[in-house]
Design a protein around this ligand. Structure first.
Ligand code: ATP
Length: 308
């Protein structure tokens, strides 16, 4: 019987980790609001990404067939560039990210979403999702070591790779303050991480995954200035050389994006660089003026200024 303990124990461990990952994946998908399944076409090929250029071509979308979530959305994210989505709550920002990740497929006449010229409905979901890194607002942590939580980004990553990713994500020094370094347990039964730290863990994971395309959903909550700086540095390291689409809530991201799309009621109402939009003196310019005047807050939320 004693001989069985080892294998059984290991099985238990595997069961627990598999179970844990399923639970975590579920939570992750719930956060991203995943609905029904999207099916691949028979014999769909894998997506081959060369440049990672994204294009939305006249996209129209409704969740319930009655109310419009997106209307006539067309834009491009050229290779390696960053596009920021801004707009009040319900404007359609998350819907754009969900469609690119294929939580929903566009129907006939609802336009097309292309990556390197290939319609994403025509490739396997698996290969599509392999090419996309997601940094959500609220990252899920496994009840395991901090090292495991970072290494999860790439199967079989070595301790060296994990440390390099953590350094690049501005998390290494913080991890060194934990009692057991990279072996320290985090999550509900271990060291609790702040929102900003969890986001840096997600950034480190994504650095290991090394995808050509990124979807970022910035945290809305205000962060203190030094956390904000760390996150910006981590994000800079992550977005370098990748095509990224971010839901932007903070001044820092908005100012550094290559292109800003201002959404309202599912439509793009203004677009351009930060400089162009400020000069245009429209909706974005007034949002910006309000945020700049709110200098007491290190990370004011853009939504607040759009409500007024
Ligand atoms: P927020 O900043 O609050 O996240 P958002 O700009 O991301 O808002 P979306 O979540 O994309 O906005 O929502 C666009 C529209 O689609 C809204 O009218 C919203 O009510 C609707 N919507 C979003 N998710 C669903 C859903 N799962 N089912 C039905 N309608 C939805």
């Amino acid at each position: 019987l004693a001989q069985l303990y080892g294998p059984l124990n290991q099985l238990g461990y595997i069961y627990r980790s598999v179970n844990q990952s399923l639970v975590d994946t579920e939570r992750l998908l719930a956060l991203l609001n995943e609905p029904t399944e999207v099916n691949d076409r028979p014999n769909a090929p894998d997506l081959i990404v060369n440049d990672g250029e994204i294009e939305f071509d006249n996209v129209n979308f409704s969740y319930d067939g009655r109310t419009t979530a997106l209307k006539g959305i067309s834009f491009k994210v050229p290779k390696g560039s960053s596009v920021a989505l801004v707009g009040e709550s319900g404007a359609g920002k998350s819907t754009i990210l969900r469609l690119l990740y294929r939580f929903y497929d566009l129907g006939e006449g609802e336009g097309r979403i292309l990556i390197d010229g290939k319609d994403i409905r025509d490739v396997t979901q698996k290969s599509l999702r392999q090419a996309i890194g997601v940094v959500p607002q609220d990252s899920v942590l496994f009840n395991s070591s901090i090292g495991y939580n970072i290494g999860y980004g790439k199967f079989g990553s070595s301790p060296d790779e994990i440390e390099t990713a953590a350094r690049s994500a501005q998390m290494h020094d913080r991890i060194m303050t934990f009692p057991d370094g990279y072996e320290t347990k985090v999550g509900e039964r271990g060291v609790r991480l702040s929102g900003g730290e969890k986001q840096r863990v997600a950034i480190a994971r994504t650095l290991l995954k090394n995808p050509p395309i990124l979807l970022l959903d910035e945290a809305t909550s205000a962060l203190d200035t030094s956390t904000e700086k760390d996150i910006q540095k981590a994000l800079q390291n992550l977005v370098k050389g990748r095509s990224s689409l971010s839901i932007a809530h903070r001044l820092s991201t908005i100012a550094s994006a290559d292109l800003i799309l201002v959404l309202k009621d599912g439509q793009i109402i203004e677009q351009g660089s930060h400089k162009e939009l400020v000069a245009f003196d429209g909706v974005f310019a007034s949002m910006w003026a309000e945020q700049v005047s709110a200098t007491d807050d290190p990370a004011p939320s853009i939504e607040d200024s759009m409500k007024g």
